[in-house]
Design a protein around this ligand. Structure first.
Ligand code: CO
Length: 211
């Protein structure tokens, strides 16, 4: 069996396994979704959201793009976040970056990347915001890793700037926003322990959209 056909065989095996565990698994799955988590991660094939969190179908709403960016003119990301917050009422929004991120790496190289330029500019803007700190890191790989982390911080801030996020939090106490980094060298998720309350408070000085 070739690798492409193997996927359908894998799928049939998964169906059989899930039915063995719970005969009603698929009727429950089809009925509704009620995930507590929105995961915003990188499209990188080495960052499989459900797998690294140990969560199954129905447990996490997922949005992925190159370098896990939250750009306010990106109708796709904004739709996902607004739906997750206002309709699904997720309790946690996670922005998950990862070391060895090709998007972040590309943004560190000052050259024309064609169609990717406007996308990578968002990461270059993160570099510019934290230029003093980053330039003080002599070793290039350490600087690269730090940019991955700072990008997560800034994308969390971008989530907190969204009106629906502020409004839902004001009314229900959720969602809370978290920044993670996945270290594929060892497989572990690291919580950057972002102070969400302080971040929200700081953001509201300029971006207060609560009503
Ligand atoms: Co990446």
């Amino acid at each position: 069996m070739n690798p492409y056909e193997q996927i359908f065989e894998n799928n049939r095996q998964w169906v059989a396994e899930m039915k063995t565990r719970d005969a009603d698994f698929f009727s429950k799955l089809a009925a509704d979704q009620n995930p507590d988590y929105l995961f915003i991660g990188c499209s990188d094939s080495r960052v499989p959201a459900n797998e690294i969190m140990g969560l199954g179908a129905g447990e996490v709403f997922v949005h992925r793009n190159i370098a896990n960016l939250v750009v306010n003119t990106d109708l796709n990301a904004m739709s996902v976040i607004n739906y997750a917050v206002s309709i699904l009422h997720v309790k946690h929004i996670i922005v998950c970056g990862h070391y060895n991120c090709g998007g972040v790496r590309a943004a560190m190289i000052p050259k024309d990347m064609g169609l990717l330029n406007p996308w990578l500019r968002n990461i270059r803007d993160v570099y510019r915001l934290h230029e003093t700190e980053l330039d003080a890191i002599g070793e290039e790989h350490a600087r690269y890793n730090r940019l991955v982390e700072l990008n997560v911080y800034e994308q969390c801030r971008n989530v907190v700037k969204i009106a629906a996020v502020q409004s839902e939090f004001l009314h229900t106490g959720f969602p809370r926003v978290h920044g993670w980094v996945f270290d594929m060298n060892i497989g572990l998720l690291q919580d950057l322990n972002i102070d969400f309350d302080k971040m929200l408070q700081d953001i509201r000085k300029i971006y207060n959209l609560m009503d």
